[in-house]
Design a protein around this ligand. Structure first.
Ligand SMILES: *Cc1c(COP(=O)(O)O)cnc(C)c1O
Length: 396
């Protein structure tokens, strides 16, 4: 039995109800289906299910009721036809790109990327004969100029990690489509609540569900979303045959995460706003960037394509790496880590963690200064966070 909530329901309502499947026991909360395989009524039934002529689960590498529920709820949230879950955000990104290209094709991507995404595009795809061109995502001419006759995919994340730049999804989607390419958007920083890339013209959206969707730092997961046709044509076989599958247990945790996503993300955004306002202009900080502030360099694009500013802000501590380390070591409540989107507030020093692999020149080009730190707001009281941050700044 399946719950099919009305299409007119708001995201909050869909996130509690959409996609729910119930067994013969009619449990209220979603059950976990830890099974590899499924039993068939007869050899004929088995043959038909294998051929896809009748619906039904076959093998949990590519179909399982709890993965199905998570995928249906994600698709309902994103407002699209189809979703496929993956083991991690990187499995989603890698599959989303590899499913669109073959040897001889070409990819264009914004150079400001999560470290692993940049490695997949810059180092991994070329090994299979798919070169890439990295561009400044803000520069629409650069996207246009990078196109070759073999360009099949565009890739960007916006807001970017860790500098929180924002790119115009609609304008870049138009350039991609004119070139006959598909645009893939990594929407982790905006969350599905604050930005809908598919409605802005993107063809594929990917998430690391590890971040806000789990939201409590427990499990890894990822998801790829798009139209039924695109998902079937480009990803169905890759996912089925190569097996980057989400574990059923993790799917269950993520499904529970979705129920509370809007409540958490709203509070985290309020906290990120309060922290940004408290720290902007502080004597120990060179600059602060937060997509929810009117002084963000791309404020006009944010107004056009986002409904709120995200749960993260970034700021540059004076005194470079030494200043940043003094600041990090002066924190007592906020944890030093490389993760984000957790209920616990977290802080990252990109130069020595997520972007360590880049050369100093590459980091400078991206605006990742030695003193830059990225703050991910959790669910604590804003006053406690601000007190911790101001106390640590005193130690710089
Ligand atoms: C974390 C992250 C990823 C990778 O997700 P994993 O679940 O850690 O594999 C990809 N893109 C962005 C923007 C991220 O923040």
């Amino acid at each position: 039995m399946s719950d099919a909530p009305k299409k007119t329901y708001h995201p909050e309502t869909r996130l509690v109800h959409a996609g729910t499947l119930r067994s013969q026991f009619n449990e209220m909360s979603e059950a976990i289906f830890l099974t590899q395989g499924y039993k068939y009524e007869s050899a004929e039934d088995c043959e038909l299910r294998f051929s896809g002529k009748i619906p039904g689960y076959v093998y949990s590498r590519y179909s399982n009721p709890i993965m199905d529920m998570f995928e249906k709820r994600m698709a309902a949230l994103e407002g699209c036809e189809a979703a496929r879950s993956t083991a991690t955000g990187m499995a989603a990104v890698t599959t989303a790109l590899m499913g669109l290209v073959k040897a001889g094709d070409h990819v264009v991507a914004a150079k400001a990327l999560f470290g692993s995404c940049r490695w997949v595009i810059e180092d991994w795809l070329p090994r299979f004969g798919v070169p890439c061109t990295l561009v400044d995502g803000k520069d629409l001419d650069a996207w246009k100029k990078a196109v070759t006759k073999n360009t099949k995919a565009f890739f960007m994340e916006t807001p970017t990690n860790p500098t929180l730049e924002v790119y115009d999804i609609q304008a870049v989607a138009d350039i991609a489509h004119e070139a006959g390419a598909k645009l893939v958007v990594d929407n982790v920083f905006a969350t599905p609540l604050f930005q809908s890339p598919l409605t802005l013209g993107a063809d594929v959206v990917v998430y690391s569900a590890t971040k806000h969707i789990d939201g409590q730092g427990r499990v890894l997961g990822g998801v790829i979303l798009g139209s039924e046709k695109l998902i079937t044509d480009n990803y169905q076989q890759v996912l089925r045959q190569t097996g980057p599958s989400l574990s059923p247990f993790n799917a269950w945790v993520l499904l529970k995460g979705l129920e509370t996503l809007p409540v958490r993300v709203q509070r985290q955004t309020e906290n990120a706003t309060a922290v940004s306002n408290a720290l902007a202009g502080h004597a120990k900080i060179n600059s602060l960037i937060y997509p929810g502030r009117p002084d963000h360099p791309q404020a006009a694009i944010i107004k056009k394509q986002m409904t709120a500013g995200s749960t993260l802000c970034a700021f540059e501590i004076k005194g470079g790496k030494e200043g940043a380390f003094r600041f990090l070591n002066g924190l007592s409540l906020i944890g030093i880590t490389n993760n984000l989107g957790d209920a616990k507030s977290l802080i990252t020093h990109p130069m020595t963690t997520t972007h360590q692999r880049l050369t100093p020149e590459q980091r400078a080009e991206l605006g990742i200064g030695d003193g830059l730190v990225r703050f991910s707001a959790g669910l604590e009281h804003a006053d406690d966070l601000i007190e911790d941050l101001l106390t640590a700044l005193d130690k710089v």
